[in-house]
Design a protein around this ligand. Structure first.
Ligand SMILES: [Zn+2]
Length: 264
């Protein structure tokens, strides 16, 4: 039974050309090949367009994608990855360190480095988190308050992003229906035809010029739903520092993903 199920799932996944196969294959050792032994951060990407096998570093998700053409032989793919395992491990090792939400770690929150200070007290009834000048002060009864810290930061991000988006939208004389923050990994923001904007909460770790740029960018979509020359004019006008803000996001945006738990 199992042998029948596997190819069926693989076919379906392949049909979504270029996308990752899902954890199904990973858990089952990728068609019986021990890819995870090379690195647990190695992911298979079956591609319709790829002509040959390739390895691609994905710093945003801390993964190395093994891109294989549609009809590739899995054993050949495995040998290819195995031959390049030093490269794979080195690239992953050289990524900036993942910064978990725990006592003593430094987080750049709203353009300023703040140290997480956790004061654990089991007698407390609730967890209280305060953003101070140099600290994120966490008074908690939880041995691991990281989920609470994330929630606090998401809420703070929502508040600040909404505030700035409303300000920019009103300068553009545009109506803004709704602002949401999401735990997205692929985009920093999006804007719908009916004036709803969403942002990645991780923008809270971006330098303020970049935070400002991403908000200006999405708000400029309230005026132009494309990336035309006119769109960029509106965007630039709405930015505090267009060049620097945009440039930083382009070069370093992926580094915002290193805060919090390692993505699975
Ligand atoms: Zn855009």
């Amino acid at each position: 039974m199992k042998r029948r199920v596997k190819p069926l799932n693989a076919e379906r996944a392949r049909a979504r050309s270029g996308q990752n196969l899902f954890s199904f294959e990973q858990e089952n050792g990728w068609f019986g090949m021990p890819f995870a032994e090379i690195s647990p951060r190695l992911k298979l990407s079956v591609s319709d367009r790829a002509k040959r096998m390739a390895l691609r570093l994905d710093p945003r998700n801390r993964l190395v994608h093994l891109v294989v053409p549609k009809r590739a032989n899995m054993r050949t793919a495995y040998l290819f990855a195995e031959q390049n395992k030093e490269w794979i491990r080195e690239k992953l090792r050289d990524l900036p360190r993942q910064v978990p939400f725990r006592d003593g770690e430094i987080l750049p929150i709203l353009g300023k480095d703040r140290r997480i200070v956790v004061l654990y007290n089991p007698a407390l009834k609730v967890t209280d988190i305060q953003l101070k000048k140099d600290e994120l002060l966490v008074l908690t009864n939880k041995p691991d308050p990281s989920a609470r810290i994330k929630r606090f930061l998401m809420e703070l991000a929502r508040e600040k992003l909404t505030e700035l988006a409303l300000e920019k939208a009103s300068l553009m004389r545009r109506r803004l229906e709704d602002v949401q923050v999401k735990d997205t990994r692929s985009r920093w923001g999006s804007c719908t035809e009916d004036a709803r904007i969403s942002f990645s909460w991780r923008l809270i770790f971006a330098p303020s010029k970049s935070f400002d740029y991403v908000v200006a960018h999405e708000c400029a979509h309230l005026v132009h739903m494309d990336h035309s020359e006119n769109f960029w004019k509106v965007c630039e006008r709405a930015c505090r520092d267009f060049e620097e803000g945009k440039d930083w996001m382009h070069k370093n945006g992926h580094s915002l993903m290193r805060f919090g738990a390692l993505p699975s």
